[in-house]
Design a protein around this ligand. Structure first.
Ligand SMILES: [Zn+2]
Length: 492
């Protein structure tokens, strides 16, 4: 019974299904209840504590189980181990308590603070970000220009149950031909109003991101060209459908591409993480995701510029921190035709390996949720709450082209790596709600080039030759996508 419970615990690290953990707990409990005097009875209790701590992320319950162990097996051989875990847990719980106290204080004053306004802008596109202390509800309104009072068209957001800080009061003068300025003020006792004065009528999309909570407003100039390009299409059921179309029905595929008729001239590559955010890391931080992807991005830029006519920009070319919303803003400002975010994967199971490529949508499987939560630096729970905003945004987010690009790049990488490493795992193209892809106005994908937690893949990822193969593969994928989109494209 003990061993089968251990097996179910291990199984969880492959399946990620909580029902496997629950089965393990049930088995441990049954053992401990029915065979009280067996030498494994206290081990079973210890393991229950371990499951709550390590996998269920419930330190309070874990602590409780370990107290039971103390009481029921005062002379058991698991006491030393249990004490060690209890000490770790009590530190953790104290921290958690402090955090909750802080939240309770916030609730007492009732109002959430509006911390500051940030923005990035050009004459065609502006992104304004409102930073807050916690999640809130907000309304979005448009006011027509008032010629009598010389007032321009205005967009405003009413942030419910909020109070303004002095830093947020500062007005931002933008005057980029699209927005004149952004300003925030205390509209009434518990509402802060953020107003965007517009020079010209634009398209706007407000959405919010979590942990920390912030509201993002994208304003875009409406050009005649974008009017013409406006199209409606029925969202296919799955990316597999695209792929099937691309392979089996060449005619339909070409006509779709002609319909979209987009040129690719500028590409923004985004090396994930950076600065204070290392991404995933192992060996006491000797290998960090932020460094691997930065090196790869620099080499990829060189390769693409050598082999195509495209101009490539990096969101960062050194070890600096960039917020996720700034990365997409850079792509929008650079008027990129493609956006590619590079990342390294991680898994609690060291045996998991392979390459996968994502585009923006709600995640369809549990592991994609987990990957997105990790890359967004938020919890899986918060992520599932994103469903509403994602559904709207996906429609604006070049869903079809992104899926095509994802398939081309994934196939490019796998075909190149396969030449030297036949055992490479093709984890395929997947969908998940990545913050860094939200609001991108061009086809955009996120590539997970391999698992740092897998020792074979880790060695490969820091190997120059392997990196060159990956770059060749990504470049091949981009070229394939570009060639299909640019009729006058000359490949290298
Ligand atoms: Zn990452």
């Amino acid at each position: 019974m003990y061993h089968s419970a251990r097996l179910f615990t291990r199984l969880y690290t492959f399946s990620n299904k909580t029902k496997d953990l629950d089965t393990a707990i049930q088995l441990f409990k049954r053992l401990q209840k029915n065979y009280k005097t067996h030498s494994l009875a206290d081990d079973a209790l210890y393991r229950i504590g371990e499951i709550y701590y390590k996998y269920k992320k419930d330190p309070a319950q874990a602590y409780l189980e370990l107290i039971k162990l103390d009481r029921q097996f005062p002379s058991g051989d698991m006491r030393a181990k249990a004490k060690k875990m209890k000490d770790t847990l009590s530190i953790l719980l104290r921290k958690k308590n402090n955090k909750q106290k802080k939240l309770a204080d916030q609730k007492k004053t009732g109002l959430i603070k509006v911390r500051k306004l940030r923005h990035w802008s050009t004459s065609n596109y502006t992104r304004v970000v409102i930073d807050l202390d916690g999640p809130i509800k907000y309304d979005f309104h448009v006011l027509k220009a008032d010629k009598n009072h010389k007032k321009p068209q205005r967009l405003y957001l009413d942030l419910k149950h909020t109070v303004i800080t002095s830093q947020a009061k500062k007005e931002i003068i933008i005057k980029d031909g699209l927005l004149q300025r952004a300003r925030a003020g205390q509209y009434n006792k518990n509402t802060v109003r953020v107003v965007l004065d517009m020079d010209r009528i634009g398209e706007w999309t407000p959405f919010h991101l979590y942990e920390p909570f912030r509201i993002v407003v994208d304003v875009k100039k409406i050009t005649k060209k974008s009017d013409k390009n406006k199209r409606t299409y029925i969202k296919p059921k799955s990316p597999v459908d695209f792929k099937r179309n691309a392979n089996s029905d060449q005619k339909q595929n070409i006509s779709l591409r002609q319909l979209f008729g987009l040129k690719v001239e500028r590409i923004v590559i985004d090396p994930g993480h950076g600065g204070k955010d290392p991404g995933c890391s192992i060996k006491n931080g000797r290998f960090k995701e932020k460094d691997i992807v930065l090196n790869l991005a620099k080499a990829l830029k060189k390769k693409i510029e050598k082999e195509t006519k495209c101009k490539v920009f990096l969101t960062r070319n050194k070890d600096v921190y960039l917020s996720l919303e700034k990365r997409t803003a850079i792509a929008n400002i650079k008027k990129a035709d493609l956006f590619i975010s590079l990342h390294v994967n991680a898994h609690t199971n060291k045996r998991v390996s392979g390459i996968e490529t994502y585009f923006l949508d709600m995640a369809v499987d549990e592991r994609s949720v987990w990957v997105a939560a990790r890359e967004n630096a938020i919890s899986g729970k918060t992520l599932s709450g994103l469903r509403n905003i994602i559904n709207d945004l996906v429609l604006n987010n070049k869903f079809y082209e992104s899926s095509q690009l994802a398939h081309a790049v994934q196939e490019g990488m796998i075909s190149q790596i396969k030449i030297n490493h036949r055992n490479i795992k093709d984890l395929g193209v997947k969908q998940a709600p990545f913050y860094v892809l939200i609001g991108a106005q061009m086809p955009s994908i996120l590539v997970e080039i391999g698992f740092l937690t897998n020792s074979t893949e880790m060695k490969r990822l820091v190997n120059k030759k392997y990196q060159a193969r990956l770059i060749k593969g990504i470049c091949k994928g981009i070229k394939e996508y570009v060639e299909c989109n640019n009729q006058d494209f000359i490949g290298g």
